[in-house]
Design a protein around this ligand. Structure first.
Ligand code: ATP
Ligand code: MG
Length: 497
């Protein structure tokens, strides 16, 4: 539904307090003005700089209010009322004034009076920040990012000369690249692309999109060339993801995502990056830590905003790294309000989202993962990424020995209980310092040693609960060739993998 359609519904149902969350005020006002014209409703807008503007009628004597007075603006709504008609007052960026007691009271009265007078208070703001006193008086409408066909219209509006607008697959690539941008951003990006290349070029759009996402601080866009072949082992997980996202799969059963558990450095983030590339989808990183760090009361809002962008960019892969950070404090003491709400937002999204967004969530501390997370319909599967077994380690060694241009015939250090990340850094160090692997290995302290206990706890928890990332079926410690006492096996003896 468009903004206008949703607004029309609320107005017909006499919701006299409306809060529109939008980053594109001019666009939103243009849409509202169109609706009001069609319906014969009166429309006035107010902002702190320009004061009151009666749209379509110029300013009328008697309704003039001084520009800088947010209270007078609300009171002017009473004057707009007329017995037959409906009147809307759009207050731009009014969230800046809603901490004031008098403003709150004036809004309260205006919204109540509006039911008989058919006057509507419409706050237009980039955030939803409704004071508690008014929470029940406002209905919230989200001004969505432009849909694909709207972006197409914008593209056609900008690229008017022959040859500027690609067709067929070329146009699809352009629209893919522009998805997730606001209308204004898309228009600017198209113009820049024309200036640089004389046509709409996806590369320019991806660059600009990456920039604008970074600026927003909500998501980062990853467009690397990693493939599954760059990761040793993890065969079961790889084949699950490729099947779930294969092209031409049934459209009525949508893949939701996977939850990856495992010690640090076992390739959880790496596989999400590679998955995007393997399936031709952009990969978006949602940084839970920085969302949590935002101002009180905004984490939830920012999370929702980030998920909306992800929806607009579908089909895509979204990596929610270190999910446990969103949970610190859930159900516990301290400032649990923020994380509980933010976590709630994530949970709802995980089970409800209709868009083709494949979520890869990673965590390495289950003691902080609440049970409701693993409820069946949130994720398609929960995988455990254990420390690699003998065969997987061999693969990873060969891979990095080759990649760092090391002598393949040299002796390899004992690497039982090493993660992929540790094998990689050993090879990197050997190349950097130009020393044999055996020597470089003396600088590696594996997590299995530094955090042995938590790795052990993780394994115990995962056994019987999670799928094994390496082999088909449920993870079990014996199945992965890890005897209970882990270290009692002779050094150098291969796992039973
Ligand atoms: N199975 C593997 N094969 C090849 N490389 C690997 C493998 N596992 C990890 N690595 C390498 O280790 C590095 C770190 O891995 P990654 O960041 O994916 O770990 P992680 O599981 O996300 O850890 P954390 O829990 O700390 O986020 C990656 O750059 C990747 O190249
Ligand atoms: Mg990671």
């Amino acid at each position: 539904m468009t903004l206008a359609e949703r607004l029309a519904e609320y107005v017909r149902a006499a919701f006299t307090g409306l809060w529109i969350q939008s980053y594109e005020h001019d666009d939103a006002i243009a849409e509202i003005a169109r609706l009001c014209r069609e319906q014969g409703w009166n429309l006035a807008t107010w902002d702190i700089d320009r004061g009151l503007n009666l749209v379509g009628r110029g300013s009328e004597p008697g309704t003039a209010v001084s520009a800088g007075d947010p209270l007078a603006a609300i009171r002017a709504l009473g004057a707009m009322a007329n017995p037959e008609g409906t009147s809307l007052l759009v207050l731009r960026n009014y969230h800046r004034f809603t901490s004031n007691v008098e403003v709150i009271q004036a809004l309260d009265s205006a919204i109540a009076a509006g039911r008989t007078a058919r006057t509507f208070v419409v706050v237009l703001a980039p955030v939803v920040q409704i004071p508690v006193e008014l929470e029940r008086q406002f209905a919230v409408i989200e001004h969505d990012l432009p849909a694909r066909d709207q972006i197409g219209t914008i593209a056609r509006g900008v690229a008017t000369e022959p040859g500027e607008l690609p067709d067929g697959d070329g146009l699809d690539a352009v629209l893919d690249a522009a998805a997730g941008l606001t209308r204004v951003e898309a228009e600017n990006a198209f113009s820049l692309s024309l200036v640089r290349h004389g046509r709409l070029a996806p590369e320019v759009l991806w660059d600009l999109k990456a920039q604008s996402l970074r600026k927003s601080g909500l998501l980062t866009l990853h467009r690397g060339g990693e493939t599954f072949a760059d990761l040793g082992g993890l065969d079961a997980l790889k084949s699950f993801c490729t099947r779930a996202l294969r092209p031409g799969r049934r459209s009525d059963v949508r893949a939701r995502g996977v939850l990856l558990l495992g010690p640090p450095g076992t390739g959880k983030s790496a596989i999400a990056k590679a998955l995007g590339h393997e399936t031709g989808r952009p990969t978006l990183f949602l940084d839970v830590g920085s969302l949590m760090g935002s101002l009180i009361g905004q984490s939830e809002e920012r999370t929702r905003q980030a998920l909306r962008i992800a929806d607009a960019m579908a089909p895509c892969v979204v990596l929610i790294d270190e999910l446990e950070k969103a949970l610190s404090g859930v159900g516990g003491s301290g400032d649990s309000g923020v994380s509980t709400r933010m976590f709630g937002t994530l949970l709802t999204y995980l089970s409800d989202h209709e868009s083709d967004v494949f979520v890869v969530a990673s965590a390495n501390d289950i003691s902080r993962l609440p049970a409701e997370l693993s409820r069946a319909e949130r994720f398609d599967a929960i995988y455990f990424l254990d420390l690699p077994g003998f065969q997987q380690r061999e693969q990873i060694w060969s891979m990095y020995v080759r990649r760092f241009g090391l002598d393949p015939d040299q002796r390899r250090p004992e690497s039982r209980d090493w993660t992929g990340a540790e094998i990689r850094s050993c090879c990197r160090l050997a190349a950097l310092l130009d020393v044999p692997l055996i020597e470089a290995a003396t600088n590696i302290v594996p997590v299995a040693v530094t955090a042995g206990e938590s790795v052990e706890k993780l394994r115990q928890w995962a056994a019987g609960r999670c799928l094994s990332a390496d082999r088909p079926g449920v993870y079990s410690r014996e199945g992965n060739g890890m005897p209970r006492s882990g270290r009692s096996v002779h050094r150098g003896e291969p796992n039973a993998n």
